[in-house]
Write a protein that binds this ligand. Structure first.
Ligand code: ADP
Ligand code: MG
Length: 697
């Protein structure tokens, strides 16, 4: 007999009410299968298990009430509205609608019983609910009431909350009838000794908690039923990373011998000597490069610690051993800058370098792609265009990814596959300035070895940081003027909370205008994400050469930009940025030997949390310390920030909330691998998808 497909392979279109249009909308929420729907958990709950007598309703509370319509009338004030008064013998309350149809008006006739849910508020001496959710109740069902807490789902335009509830209701029904289509996978001895609830049981509970459930725990995502799911998810990611790592061990590379001999002349010619930390890290990298298994190394070093020269050394060794190198940066601006720095260092050594970004004219791109494929181009610097569609290398020996917090585990893997040559895969060096919390390191980076540059080049002066209200703008502008007169250069960074790039650019344009007016005689440059690559290039070059005094910028300059003479930075709306981002931005100054300063401007009144965060920036410049404080100051349930969570696509678990679960994960994973290896691919597939490429085998 044929077994029915698992819920992971069953489309939501089998549900009543899910036609293709609705299915497309659900897809926006990442829901395509019945399993996806079951893993789409409520974001909060409402208690509709008890009818509140009208006489006992408190203003400000969310309540379920029921009463008989005494009076419905349309009133014409400033706005037309429908007022419906209901009573239940203990009191009365008014329902107020601003938007209503005539059918609605008719249905709320005198004598009809309505049940509503909403927030009661005071209106003069009486109570009212504005736009309650309501339904007309037939007399015979007036006593039938919800037996479970009501889930409220994250949803999307065009999918009503009630529809979401109907869909999950159907999915739960299927689950109770055909449990084997979503099998239980946590059955090892320790899982059993932990008394974990079964998967199906957890799902039923979380989607429809009994009225006795601890609603507070549920809202915080800390209920044992939720933790059961989070644990399974974390376990699955951990297993997938262990597998990647194991697989990585079998990956043969093109070993690069004598890397330090190959690069000795370069090191001697540098205008500075390497710090001890840089030297140590280089030794670690060179030792990896000499192995027959491919290097998988994460290089962490605070902003300004000198990672670029490390990249150059690793690249040069690889190039001189006869292989190609790809260097990938997260932004075009940074790619351009790397091109400049590395050209300065490596072109004299006869290395052929090219730049590949998405915005190149087609003909130019074709030329570069063919130079990459023929091997003529030795070092290729670019954005992710490097690894897209038609790009091909002749013999790629090393991939370097700069500021990698924007690339996830799986992208990293895809990237490596791109460079595969038969059984050989390229070495990988991933560089980041973002300190990685330990919990994240245990998951998202568990497949990598780590090197740390824990020392800044000598002579750096700490960046003096001030926190100032926007009201002191005049004073700040004067300070800018003074700094420029002393020959210093200034960044003025415009930020907006809106993610909209257009608005950010507009704000920067306006600021540049205003500053030009206020600071006559100074030269002001403007750079933002909407400019053409060429324009950005020439603006950056002017600034680098000291031809502009002030560079007004959006957060495009956030990562990597290196202009040592710039020693003052003003950041607008600093209170709205994450600490990690502020740290990155501030890292653009303090790169030369002049004392540098950074002004964090804020608007309006700071919240207590805002004040604490900016104070932390003022008091420390240590990226690791800042990352720790950032985690501390985040409220419970708040995510690690999209950029970081983007590394691991988690549906349910939250790395900061569920940090304690992560501690249990490695041992459990090892046990499952040993006792029930057959479960491993099932777990990985369920949560992490087809990341292992099982589909290809
Ligand atoms: P990051 O780690 O933020 O990428 P960079 O590689 O951009 O830092 O280096 C910051 C600046 O420090 C650059 O101007 C670089 O040339 C300089 N630098 C790097 N290493 C040293 C060193 N050992 N001594 C002095 N200056 C150095
Ligand atoms: Mg850098």
């Amino acid at each position: 007999m044929d077994r029915p497909p698992g819920f992971a392979d069953t489309s939501v279109t089998i549900l009543k009410g899910v036609a293709s249009r609705v299915a497309a909308r659900l897809q926006r929420l990442g829901i395509e299968t019945i399993q996806d729907l079951l893993f789409h958990l409520p974001s909060r709950y409402e208690d509709r298990t008890q009818l509140k007598p009208l006489g006992a309703v408190e203003p400000g509370s969310e309540v379920l009430i029921q009463g008989t319509v005494e009076l419905s009338e349309v009133r014409f004030g400033r706005r037309r509205m429908l007022l419906t008064r209901i009573s239940d013998g203990t009191g009365f309350i008014t329902l107020r609608f601003f938007h209503f149809s005539s059918a609605q008006q008719k249905s709320l006739a005198r004598g009809v019983i309505v049940r509503c849910y909403g927030e009661a508020r005071r209106s003069g001496p009486d109570l009212e609910i504005i736009h309650p959710e309501y339904q007309i109740v037939k007399t015979e069902s007036a006593d039938i009431i919800e037996q479970t807490l009501t889930p409220v789902y994250p949803t999307t335009e065009g999918v009503h909350q009630l529809s979401m509830r109907r869909f999950t209701g159907q999915a739960l029904h299927l689950l109770s009838q055909q449990a084997n289509r979503l099998p239980e996978l946590l059955q090892t001895a320790s899982c059993q000794s932990m008394n974990l609830p079964l998967l199906a049981e957890s799902l039923h509970y979380i989607h429809r908690p009994p009225r006795s459930a601890n609603i507070r725990l549920l809202q915080e995502g800390k209920h044992p039923m939720q933790r059961r799911l989070a644990l399974e998810e974390l376990l699955s990611h951990h297993l997938s990373i262990r597998q990647l790592r194991k697989r990585g061990k079998n990956n043969i590379s093109l070993p690069i011998n004598d890397a330090s001999k190959l690069t000795a002349d370069f090191i001697n010619a540098l205008p500075f000597s390497l710090t001890h930390a840089q030297q140590r890290v280089i030794d670690e990298i060179f030792s990896d490069l000499g192995q027959k298994t491919a290097m998988q190394r994460l290089l962490q070093g605070d902003v300004g610690s000198g990672k670029t020269v490390i990249a150059a050394l690793a690249a040069l060794a690889t190039l001189r051993a006869g292989h190609q190198v790809a260097l990938m940066a997260p932004t075009e601006l940074l790619a351009e800058q790397h091109l400049q720095t590395l050209s300065k260092w490596l072109r004299p050594l006869n290395i052929h370098i090219s730049l590949l970004t998405g915005k190149l004219p087609a003909a130019k791109k074709r030329d570069i792609l063919s130079a990459m494929a023929s091997g003529e181009s030795q070092l290729v610097i670019g954005t992710h265009a490097l690894f897209q569609e038609d790009s091909k290398f002749k013999q790629l020996g090393l991939i370097i990814v700069d500021e990698q917090h924007r690339f996830g585990v799986h992208q990293r893997l895809a990237l490596r596959e791109k460079g595969r040559l038969g059984k050989f895969i390229p070495h990988q060096l991933i560089m980041t300035a973002t300190p990685i919390p330990r919990t994240l390191a245990m998951t998202a980076y568990a497949d990598l070895e780590t090197s740390i540059i824990d020392e800044l080049p000598p002579g750096r002066q700490p960046v003096e940081t001030a926190v100032m209200s926007d009201a002191k703008r005049e004073q700040i502008i004067q300070a800018v003027q003074k700094a420029c007169k002393e020959g210093r250069q200034v960044y003025w960074v415009c930020t907006l909370i809106e993610e909209s790039e257009a608005l950010q650019c507009q704000a920067a344009e306006v600021t540049a205008e205003l500053l030009s007016e206020a600071l006559q005689g100074l030269s002001i440059g403007l750079i933002h994400g909407r400019m053409k690559a060429k324009e950005k290039d020439s603006v950056m070059n002017d600034f680098r050469r000291g031809q502009t005094d002030i560079l007004v910028a959006t957060t495009v300059i956030e990562v990597g930009v290196d202009v040592p003479n710039a020693s003052l930075m003003i950041i607008e709306n600093a209170e709205r940025l994450g600490l990690a981002q502020l740290h990155q931005l501030r890292g653009r100054v303090g790169r030369g030997s002049t004392a540098s300063a950074c002004v964090l401007m804020y608007q309006g009144k700071l919240s207590a949390n805002g004040r604490a965060r900016l104070a932390a920036m003022r008091e420390t410049s240590d990226g690791f310390e800042i990352a720790r404080i950032d985690l501390d100051l985040r409220g419970p349930g708040e995510l690690l920030g999209t950029r970081q969570t983007g590394l691991l696509q988690l549906r349910i678990a939250d790395l900061s909330r569920d940090a304690d679960l992560l501690e249990q994960v490695p041992a459990l994973a090892a046990e499952i691998e040993a006792e029930s290896p057959a479960l491993v691919p099932l777990l990985i597939r369920r949560w992490a998808g087809d990341v292992m490429g099982y589909g290809d085998v």
